[in-house]
Design a protein around this ligand. Structure first.
Ligand SMILES: Cc1cc2nc3c(=O)[nH]c(=O)nc-3n(C[C@H](O)[C@H](O)[C@H](O)COP(=O)(O)O)c2cc1C
Length: 336
C-alpha cells in the first residue's frame, strides 16, 4: 500500500506472521529515471522481508519490461508484481493501474513483455505476479477473462481485489467474482478486500476457493491480525488483541524505527508522515477523539510518549469507564 507498506511497516507485519510482502507500487518511469525516492521504495532487507515482491505500474510495455529488468538486477526480489488495480486518477490518466482493465490488448502486451523480460533476466527463477480489481465498473466486470489472459501471458499468481475501479474503496468487495476467478484458472489466486479479522480470513479461504488472502487496511491499525489469523487457522482459537499498554509500546516502536530510518527531514518529518498511521492505530481506542486531536500535530517521539503515558494514566484511573491493573505495568514499560 502506497505510503503505508514501507520497510519498517513490512517488517512489523512480517514479525506478526505475514507470509508474503509486497512493496508500495513504484512507477516504471521512476525506476528508469533512477530517482532516489524510487530507490527507497524498492529497497528491502533480504534477511527480514523475504519472500517479497516489488510492485510496478505503468502503461508502456517496453518501459515496464525495462524497469522490471532493472529491479531484478538491483535488488533481486522474490517476484515482480504488476499493478492493474490502482483507481487513483493520476495513475489511471497515465494508462496505469486499473485503466488497463478496460484496455485488454494493452494489458496483454504489458504482462507479456514483463513476463518475458523477467524470465530472460533471471533464467526463469523469478515469477511475475499481478494484482487486479474485478473490473472497471459494475457494467464491465471482466476479472475472469482478464485472469485467463494474464495466465496465458505467463503470470504465475494473481491477487484479486473484489471491487471495481469505479467503486474506489466504497461499497463491498465482491467475493463471488473472486471465487469465479479462482475456479477459472490454474494459477494460485489470492483474494483481497474487506478482511478485518481472523474469522474473515478463514471464512474466505474456506468459501472462495482461493490459495490465500491479502490483508490491507486492517493491518494498518492492527498488524497483529496476521498472528491472530494464523493461530486461528492452526488451533481454532483467536488470541486476544494486545492490551492497551502493549499497543502503545508497539506504536512507539514503529515510530522510533520510522525516525531511525528517515533519510531526509529528520524526526519531525518522520513523525509528520506517521500521523495518518497513528490515526489508524488509535481508531476505536477509548477517548479517541481527544487523542486524535493531539496526534494530528505530534512532531516528536518524546511528545508521543507523553500522549501515550497520559492516555494510559487516564485509562488506569478509569476515566474511560474501565481500568485494569495490567496497564500500570505497561505504563512503566513505556516510560522505560
Ligand atoms: C492507502 C492505500 C494505498 C494503497 N496502495 C496500493 C498499492 O500501492 N498497490 C496495490 O496493489 N494496492 C494498493 N492499495 C489497495 C490495497 O492493496 C487493497 O487492495 C485494498 O485496500 C482492499 O483491501 P483491504 O480491504 O484489505 O484494505 C492501497 C490501499 C490503500 C488504502
Amino acid at each position: 500500500m502506497a505510503g503505508v507498506t514501507d520497510v519498517v511497516f513490512r517488517q512489523l507485519c512480517k514479525e506478526q506472521g505475514a507470509d508474503v510482502l509486497t512493496t508500495e507500487f513504484v512507477s516504471a518511469d521512476g525506476i528508469l529515471h533512477r530517482n532516489e525516492r524510487t530507490r527507497e521504495y524498492i529497497e528491502f532487507d533480504p534477511a527480514l522481508e523475504r519472500p517479497l515482491g516489488v510492485q510496478l505500474f505503468g502503461g508502456d510495455p517496453g518501459r515496464l519490461a525495462e524497469a522490471a529488468r532493472a529491479v531484478v538486477g538491483w535488488v533481486q526480489p522474490d517476484f515482480i508484481d504488476l499493478n492493474f488495480g490502482c483507481p487513483v486518477n493520476k495513475v489511471v490518466a497515465r494508462n496505469g493501474g486499473s485503466s488497463l482493465l478496460r484496455d485488454c490488448p494493452l494489458l496483454e502486451r504489458v504482462a507479456r513483455a514483463v513476463a518475458e523480460a523477467v524470465a530472460q533476466e533471471t533464467g526463469g527463477r523469478t515469477p511475475v505476479t499481478a494484482k487486479i480489481r474485478v473490473g472497471w465498473d459494475e457494467r464491465s466486470i471482466n476479472a475472469v477473462p482478464v485472469a485467463r489472459l494474464l495466465e496465458d501471458c505467463g503470470v504465475a499468481r494473481l491477487a484479486v481485489h473484489g471491487r471495481t475501479k469505479a467503486q474506489g474503496y466504497s461499497g463491498e468487495a465482491n467475493w463471488d467474482v473472486i471465487a469465479q476467478v479462482a475456479a477459472s484458472v490454474r494459477m494460485p489466486v489470492i483474494g483481497n478486500g474487506d478482511i478485518t479479522s481472523a474469522h474473515d480470513v478463514k471464512r474466505r479461504r474456506d468459501t472462495a476457493g482461493v490459495a490465500g488472502v491479502m490483508i490491507g487496511r486492517a493491518a494498518m491499525g492492527a498488524p497483529w491480525i496476521f498472528s491472530q489469523a494464523k493461530a486461528f487457522l492452526a488451533t481454532g482459537e483467536v488470541p486476544p488483541a494486545p492490551e492497551l499498554g502493549e499497543r502503545w509500546a508497539s506504536i512507539l516502536r514503529h515510530c522510533r524505527l520510522a525516525v531511525g530510518r528517515r533519510r531526509h527531514g529528520g524526526e519531525s518529518a518522520a513523525m509528520a508522515s506517521m500521523r495518518a498511521r497513528l490515526m489508524a492505530y488509535t481508531r476505536g481506542m477509548e477517548g479517541g477523539r481527544g487523542l486524535r486531536g493531539q496526534l494530528s500535530h505530534v512532531a516528536s517521539v518524546a511528545e508521543l510518549e507523553g500522549i501515550a503515558a497520559r492516555h494510559l494514566d487516564e485509562h488506569a484511573a478509569g476515566l474511560f469507564g474501565a481500568g485494569s491493573a495490567d496497564e500500570g505495568l505497561a505504563l512503566t514499560a513505556i516510560r522505560a
